[in-house]
Design a protein around this ligand. Structure first.
Ligand SMILES: [Zn+2]
Ligand SMILES: [Zn+2]
Ligand SMILES: [Zn+2]
Length: 227
């Protein structure tokens, strides 16, 4: 598991950002010990930088923060790198990753990764013309320049964290306290054993599966990650 910052959401109806930073700091130290940093997000959540994978795992499992006197119900909603992420398209294949890094470093880009895909004629992964950009800035710029070419930057939104057991958002199966629910029909079985004729989303009860992007709950969870 990579060490990534964890985004925490309040389950009390009051944003975590609205609590005293001293209180939150004391809670975090009590919960995971000394950590690497914490900052509020625009949507009221907090993003916490951990020092170790153990600490990150502990925080992902955490459902309540307390300083000993007052406690706040919380949930880990995602793990994400700090800084905005973007994607650029139609980047000529003859531009190497090294050249991309060299051109983009001065434009706030920390790392670059070309998306790859499996072509129909072979099982080998091929480079695509889409490139993922990790910025060290909070927002993506409108465009970036590579050589004499300009590319519009589209914000990359990570997938929300969804439990493979109960299919609800905000936790992983290892920490699930819910019932097994099929992602296709909401029944109490694995989706590999599903024989339902019509889909029924376990999150919104609509006529689609849990991982369908038209799901309003999926959309809401994705909106949260856009900050
Ligand atoms: Zn679950
Ligand atoms: Zn089913
Ligand atoms: Zn749905």
């Amino acid at each position: 598991m990579d060490l990534l910052p964890v985004v925490l959401e309040s389950k009390t109806g009051r944003e975590l950002k609205a609590y005293s930073p001293v209180f939150i700091h004391n809670c975090l130290e009590k919960c995971i010990g000394s950590y690497n940093g914490c900052s509020p997000l625009r949507n009221g959540n907090l993003i916490v930088k951990c020092c170790s994978v153990q600490q990150m795992t502990a925080l992902l499992q955490c459902t309540k923060m307390t300083d000993g006197a007052v406690s706040v119900k919380i949930a880990a909603v995602s793990m994400r790198p700090l800084g905005a992420r973007g994607v650029i398209y139609n980047v000529p294949l003859d531009i190497s990753t090294d050249d991309l890094v060299a051109c983009l470093a001065s434009q706030g880009v920390k790392s670059v990764k070309r998306f790859r895909f499996k072509s129909s004629d072979s099982s080998e992964l091929k480079d695509s013309k889409s490139v993922f950009l990790q910025f060290d800035t909070a927002v993506v710029p409108g465009e970036v320049k590579i050589g004499y070419l300009f590319f519009r930057v589209k914000q990359h939104v990570p997938r929300p964290l969804r439990c493979f057991k109960c299919n609800r958002y905000g936790h992983v199966a290892g920490h699930c306290r819910g019932k097994l629910r099929c992602s296709m029909c909401s029944g109490e079985h694995n989706n590999s054993e599903c024989s339902a004729a019509a889909p029924k989303c376990p999150n919104c009860e609509g006529g689609h599966s849990a991982n369908d992007k038209i799901c309003p709950i999926y959309k809401r969870e994705t909106e949260i990650l856009k900050l």
